[in-house]
Ligand binder design. Structure first.
Ligand SMILES: [Zn+2]
Ligand SMILES: [Zn+2]
Length: 298
C-alpha cells in the first residue's frame, strides 16, 4: 500500500476520535452538546449510514435491487461521505471478502494468519476490525472485482471525486449548526458531532461487521465461513449484523429474514420499492432458506 494511502487511512480513522476527544475535554462543562447537535448527529448517522448499507453494500456490491443510474450515483455519493474509501475500492474489497470469506485471501478475517489461543484471537479481531485498513496485502484488484462499476462513467466520477463527498458530508452539519444556532460556534459544535463523531461511530459500526460478526453470535444458516448473526448489533448497523444470513444469501435485499429480526436497511429498500424507485428486488424463496437453516438448540 503506498505511503500516501496509509497516511490517508490514518487521518480518516484517527482524526475523528481525536477531534471528538479534544472537543469533549475542552468544552464538556460549557454548552458543547446541545439538542441541535444530537439531532444533527442522528440525521447524519442515519443518512450516511444508509448510503453505506443500502448503497455501497446491498445496491453496488450485491445488486440486491435496481434503481435509475442517477439514484445509483446518489447512493454512491452518500456512502462516500462515510469516509470509508471510494465506492469502487469499497465494493472490490467487499466482493473479495465474500469470495475468500475466512480463508487466505479474505481482506479482513479474524481467523486467518493468527495463532490459536486468546492472544491469537485478540490479534485476529484487531486485524479484522481496523488493522487490515493499513495492510498492503489486503488491496483488492478493482479490475477483477468491480469491472461493472469501472465500466460505468457516473460511478467512476463519484469514485474519483471521493474527497469532495467527504467534505460535503462535513459541510452539511456545519451549515445546519450555523442555521439552527445562528452562530459560527454552533456550526463548529455541530461539525464536531455530525462530522467527527458521526464518522467515528459509522466507521466502527462497519468495522464491527468485519470483526465481531465473524466471531460472536449465532450461525443460523449453513455457510462455509465463520459469519455470525449478532442480534444486539442489528439496530445500530441498520440490519447488517444479520451477517451469517447475509453470507448464506448474499444477494437478498433483506438480511434479517427471521422473525423479529429488525433490518432497517431492508425497510428503506422496501419503501423505495413501494414508491417505484427500486425495482427487481431480490427475495429468497422460503424453500431455499429452509434448505440452509441450521437447527438451533435454543
Ligand atoms: Zn463477512
Ligand atoms: Zn456483503
Amino acid at each position: 500500500m503506498p505511503v500516501v494511502d496509509r497516511v490517508a487511512s490514518a487521518v480518516v480513522t484517527g482524526v475523528p476520535p481525536l477531534v471528538l476527544l479534544a472537543g469533549m475535554i475542552l468544552g464538556w462543562r460549557s454548552h458543547l452538546l446541545v439538542w441541535q447537535d444530537l439531532v444533527i448527529l442522528a440525521v447524519m448517522y442515519c443518512g450516511v449510514g444508509i448510503g453505506v448499507t443500502v448503497g455501497f453494500h446491498r445496491l453496488h456490491t450485491h445488486r440486491s435491487f435496481r434503481v435509475h443510474p442517477l439514484v445509483r450515483a446518489w447512493f454512491a455519493a452518500l456512502g462516500s461521505a462515510a469516509a470509508e474509501g471510494p465506492v469502487i475500492d469499497w465494493v472490490a474489497t467487499h466482493r473479495k471478502h465474500h469470495q475468500f470469506s475466512d480463508v487466505e485471501g479474505d481482506p479482513h478475517s479474524p481467523h486467518t494468519g493468527h495463532d490459536h489461543g486468546f492472544k491469537g484471537a485478540f490479534k485476529g479481531l484487531v486485524h479484522a476490525h481496523i488493522g487490515w485498513v493499513f495492510s498492503e496485502m489486503e488491496v483488492a484488484d478493482e479490475r477483477l472485482y468491480a469491472k461493472d462499476l469501472l465500466a460505468d462513467p457516473l460511478m467512476r466520477f463519484v469514485d474519483r471525486t471521493f474527497v469532495l463527498w467527504v467534505l460535503v458530508g462535513l459541510a452539511i452539519p456545519f451549515g445546519l449548526g450555523v442555521l439552527l444556532s445562528g452562530t459560527i460556534a454552533g456550526g463548529l459544535t455541530a461539525l464536531l458531532w455530525g462530522g467527527a463523531a458521526r464518522i467515528f461511530l459509522l466507521h466502527h459500526s462497519t468495522f464491527s461487521i468485519n470483526s465481531l460478526c465473524h466471531f460472536f453470535g449465532k450461525q443460523e444458516y449453513d455457510t462455509s465461513d465463520e459469519s455470525r448473526n449478532l442480534a444486539w448489533l442489528a439496530i445500530p448497523t441498520w440490519g447488517e449484523a444479520w451477517h451469517n444470513t447475509h453470507h448464506a444469501f448474499p444477494t437478498s435485499f433483506r438480511h434479517g429474514i427471521g422473525r423479529h429480526q429488525i433490518d432497517l436497511s431492508a425497510g428503506v429498500i422496501r419503501l423505495m420499492e413501494m414508491c417505484g424507485i427500486a425495482h427487481d428486488v431480490v427475495r429468497i424463496s422460503p424453500a431455499r432458506i429452509e434448505r440452509k437453516a441450521v437447527p438451533q438448540t435454543r
